[in-house]
Write a protein that binds this ligand. Structure first.
Ligand code: S3P
Length: 434
């Protein structure tokens, strides 16, 4: 299904928005939350397809889940020691976080399974997680380090010290989960800091985990079940922030959004570009920092994003690139190679689609450059999304600066992370399904 977004644009005044829970934390609330035997509630659980994928797999492993009102899920876990020992085929669909975090769990718990995924996930690199798990003593089978991957019941995990060579929270999390489940000690040194929701959730549930700079040490621990509140998804909020900034005279307030410092770099960068954004009412919920984000329409100037910040805005780069396209000057985002191995090759998606819209964007020696233009685009364009949710939504935001029609292909892919998007996007945009 495609959508057409045409010339007519709307301003939004003082709109108050509550968003579904953050996708990264939702995966962890199921996988880490259910390691110990017990009952707990998850509040503000999102209906995104990726999170439903993890939920279905956890149910196959033996976890019971009951949906209540207001996006609350009640979980009853038999404890990882009582999970099914031969889980059969586990379909991870499009979700990289599901497959990589689960590999840690299955390996640590010696559960036999075959992990599969859709066409996009089957092309994504898994060596980055298979290799360190094997070093730890895991017995994993795959051909060319891609899906399908078989886990066995013959892993003998041992204590490990590991230096990360790729900046990936998914890999770091898989190792921490494997060690926790197998009651081993692990020390991980990150090459660049990545999102730390696994460390925060393990600590919240009682793990003996310490973080000192880029070193994470986890000692044998027993977790306790606790209710988990999931803050609004900052990566979905990014699109609404983008719409508000690029519209002529709008203001919105997004309530109780995740503002963990490893995820809110996007906000800091926009503020440095001149965006009118304020973060207020900060509080801690289930170990994570939450706040209200107030945005008004703004004129932006170009920015340079340094390589150590890139992992912390990795999912927001499509949105940031679109904002850079309407900023004064040339923006550079350093060290963007990881974009090539996301749900699609996002580097190509950004450069090709911006070029289609008449905006100069290019890749040089690991960095992404975008030359900003002033005013509006004035041509009919068709955005090739390669079924990548973040490319689709970033270019839907771009349409607010197109006087003609912007067609977005395969819009249904946005259900991967933000199925409710139309409810919010249609406040700013005139959208027709075709
Ligand atoms: C995620 C980590 C990031 C991010 C992905 C979610 C996570 O991937 O892009 O959307 O929840 O740990 P990498 O670990 O591959 O950087």
């Amino acid at each position: 299904m495609d959508i057409n977004i045409n010339g007519f644009k709307k301003n939004v005044h003082k709109k108050i928005i509550n968003l579904p829970g953050d996708k990264s934390i939702a995966h962890r609330s199921l996988i880490i939350g259910s390691i110990s035997k017990g009952n707990y509630n998850i509040y503000n659980f999102p209906k995104s397809e990726d999170c439903i994928t993890t939920l279905e797999i956890m149910k196959t492993l033996g976890v019971k889940a009951v949906y209540g009102n207001n996006n609350v899920i009640s979980i009853i876990s038999p404890g990882v020691e009582n999970f099914k020992k031969d889980a059969g085929i586990l379909n991870c669909n499009n979700s990289g976080t599901t497959v990589r975090l689960l590999l840690g769990l299955l390996c640590g718990a010696n559960i036999k399974s075959t992990l599969i995924g859709d066409e996009s996930l089957s092309k994504r690199p898994m060596k980055r997680v298979i290799e360190p798990l094997e070093l730890m003593g895991g017995n994993i089978k795959s051909s060319e380090d891609k899906l399908p991957i078989e886990t066995t019941n013959t892993s003998v995990l041992k204590d490990m010290k590991y230096f990360m060579s790729v900046a990936s929270a998914q890999v770091k999390s898989a190792l921490l989960i494997a060690a926790l489940v197998a009651s081993k000690n692990i020390v991980i040194k990150e090459n660049l800091n990545t999102r730390d929701h696994t460390e925060i959730m393990m600590k919240y549930l009682g793990a003996n985990i310490k973080v000192q700079g880029d070193i994470i040490s986890l000692e044998k621990s027993i977790l306790t079940s606790r209710d988990i509140y999931i803050p609004g998804d900052i990566s979905s909020a990014a699109f609404l922030i983008g719409l508000c900034i690029l519209s002529e005279k709008s203001s919105i307030s997004i309530k109780e959004v995740l503002i963990n410092s490893r995820r809110s770099k996007f906000i800091d960068i926009l503020i440095s570009m001149g965006a009118n954004i304020e973060v207020e009412n900060k509080l801690n919920k289930s170990g994570e920092l939450v706040g209200d984000i107030r945005v008004t329409s703004s004129k932006l100037k170009a920015v340079e994003v340094l390589s150590y910040d890139t992992p912390n805005i990795i999912d927001e780069i499509p949105m940031l690139s679109v904002l850079a396209a309407f900023s004064q000057g040339t923006t550079v985002i350093r060290a963007v190679d990881e974009l090539k191995v996301k749900e699609s090759n996002r580097l190509n998606g950004i450069i090709n689609n911006l070029s289609l819209c008449g905006i100069r964007a290019w890749y040089e020696k690991g960095d992404l450059f975008i030359e900003g233009k002033s005013g509006y685009i004035n041509k009919d364009v068709t955005i090739e999304t390669e079924k990548d949710h973040r490319i689709a939504m970033a270019f839907a935001v771009l349409s607010i600066r197109n006087l003609k029609t912007t067609r977005i292909k395969h819009w249904q892919c946005t259900n991967i992370s933000f199925p409710e998007n139309i409810k919010f996007f249609s406040k700013f945009l005139n959208i027709d399904y075709i």
